[in-house]
Design a protein around this ligand. Structure first.
Ligand SMILES: CSC[C@@H](O)[C@@H](O)C(=O)COP(=O)(O)O
Ligand SMILES: [Zn+2]
Length: 203
């Protein structure tokens, strides 16, 4: 994929996330892998619903800017961590929805989703008749330290997680390409919203 195509896919994903209310203010970040040591990612502090090609830039596999002086997403290392850990990943999306924020603020170490038809949208989820645990981690502005917590978590499990949620902050989801990542994000956000509504109606 060319940088131009990647920037267009990132901007389209940002518009979709904005339309859903998942990237308020300058929240969220989005990337596409372009090669073993290269990815296109949103610049820090841009509104993800109004991205122009110039709001996307190149970094290397360690998250270092390939454009002198330019500032990629503050959370670039979390994207690098996902590409490193899950080979075959081609795109990563991060958003701050009301559902993932509210639910994670009162969750423990995971949010369990069970019995939803949309669980079939997750990889390896051929049936609704299953339960998926989405990890919830405490928020941390020290991104290398947060990535170390994620690496330790992933080392303890053989499951391929559908994504993860940072408490009171937002969700990270990925896929083989942008379409797959967005399908997974939409499915997860739908189920989280159901979870939130169920909580409201059973109180
Ligand atoms: C609007 S504050 C949100 C940031 O702290 C961060 O969590 C975020 O999602 C966007 O950061 P960015 O550096 O623009 O990629
Ligand atoms: Zn964020």
């Amino acid at each position: 994929m060319t940088f131009k195509d990647a920037a267009a896919a990132i901007a389209a994903a940002g518009r979709r996330m904005d339309a859903m209310g998942w990237v308020p203010a300058t929240a969220g970040n989005i990337s596409v892998l372009l090669g073993a040591d290269r990815m296109a990612i949103t610049r820090s502090g841009r509104h993800k619903g109004m991205l122009a090609p110039a709001d996307v830039m190149l970094v290397d596999g360690q998250g270092a800017s390939l454009e002198p002086g330019a500032r990629p997403s503050y959370e670039t290392l979390l994207h690098c961590g996902i590409y490193r850990r899950f080979p075959g990943t081609g795109a990563v999306v991060h958003g701050h929805s009301v559902a993932n924020t509210v639910l994670s603020r009162r969750a423990g170490a995971e949010i369990r989703l069970a019995g939803f038809e949309l669980l079939k949208a997750f990889p390896g989820g051929p049936t609704h008749d299953t339960e998926v645990a989405v990890p919830v981690l405490d928020n941390d502005q020290d991104i290398p330290r947060l990535q170390a917590v994620l690496d330790a978590l992933w080392n303890r499990t053989s499951d391929a997680p559908p994504g993860y949620i940072i408490r009171g902050h937002g969700v990270y989801v990925w896929g083989a390409d942008m379409a797959a990542a967005m399908t997974r994000l939409e499915a997860l956000e739908f189920m989280l919203l159901c979870h939130l509504e169920e909580g409201r109606h059973t109180r």
